[in-house]
Design a protein around this ligand. Structure first.
Ligand code: SAM
Length: 235
């Protein structure tokens, strides 16, 4: 039976990969990567020599057909993104959905997760905010609907998590300040697992003040975690 693996790769530190992921990347017939240059660095580190092709949001119908035909031919394929778990705010959802479309809801081919690093879960896991229920917003829209989401986050009883780019970080914190009560706590995770990993936790105002004073720290990759409303968070 052919297998299509969704393989998690590191979000920074190249050692954050499972033995199983390495085995799969070595043994499949084809690795589909969001950006082949990024994935090549990972493959080189683990001395994996395998067929590599791209799959991303620009991929065409003919790429989809190639993938389907390989699976019909009993081949194994691994999908990876630049970092973390593919399909989570990353390319790949479409091909997985296309595979169900082609092979049915309970397909003969197997679609198999190879779990590992994920920026959203890594940030949440060290935030100290309740996590048995949380809302993940992915990347927020840049313009239309953005403020509505901040209002929703401000009223959300559950912990909220979203991805933000460095040049919108302060803008996002300002919007949180606008809609949230003064004692609302947030947690900003920057460059997790990398050399400049940093975590800044406090009230919205405190975190805002920190980044306004330390402008040089507004670079790299960020996850913002917002505590739920009405659930006082200690410390
Ligand atoms: N699918 C990926 C995952 O599971 O982690 C997320 C992909 S999304 C396109 C990339 C965003 O995740 C970045 O813009 C940033 O907001 C966040 N991110 C990725 N790596 C990160 C890191 N090492 N530290 C903090 N945030 C990170």
């Amino acid at each position: 039976m052919s297998k299509f693996y969704i393989v998690a790769t590191p979000i920074g530190n190249l050692e954050d990969i499972t033995f199983r992921a390495i085995d799969i990347l070595k043994s499949v017939d084809l690795i589909l990567a969001e950006d082949t240059r990024v994935t090549r660095r990972l493959l080189d580190k683990y001395e994996i020599k395998n067929n590599l092709d791209s799959y991303n949001s620009f991929s065409t119908e003919s790429k989809k057909n190639k993938i389907i035909n390989l699976l019909k031919d009993n081949k194994g394929i691994a999908l990876v993104s630049d970092a973390g778990t593919p399909t989570i705010s990353d390319p790949g959802v479409k091909i997985v959905s296309d595979l169900y479309q082609e092979f049915g809801d309970n397909p003969e081919i197997e679609i198999i997760p190879i779990p590992g690093a994920s920026a959203v879960l890594s940030a949440l896991s060290v935030s100290g905010f309740p996590s048995s229920e949380f809302t993940f917003y992915g990347f927020l829209p840049h313009k239309k609907g953005r403020q509505t989401i901040f209002k929703e986050i401000a009223e959300n009883k559950k912990t909220a998590v979203f991805y933000e780019s460095p040049h919108r970080l302060l803008k996002a914190i300002n919007s949180l300040e606008e809609f949230c009560e003064d004692d609302r706590k947030i947690f900003v995770a920057r460059e997790l697992t990398k050399i400049y990993e940093q975590k800044v936790r406090g009230t919205v105002k405190e975190v805002k003040r920190y980044f306004e004073k330390n402008n040089d720290k507004i670079r790299g990759e960020f996850v913002i975690v917002v505590s739920g409303v009405g659930k006082p968070v200690k410390h």
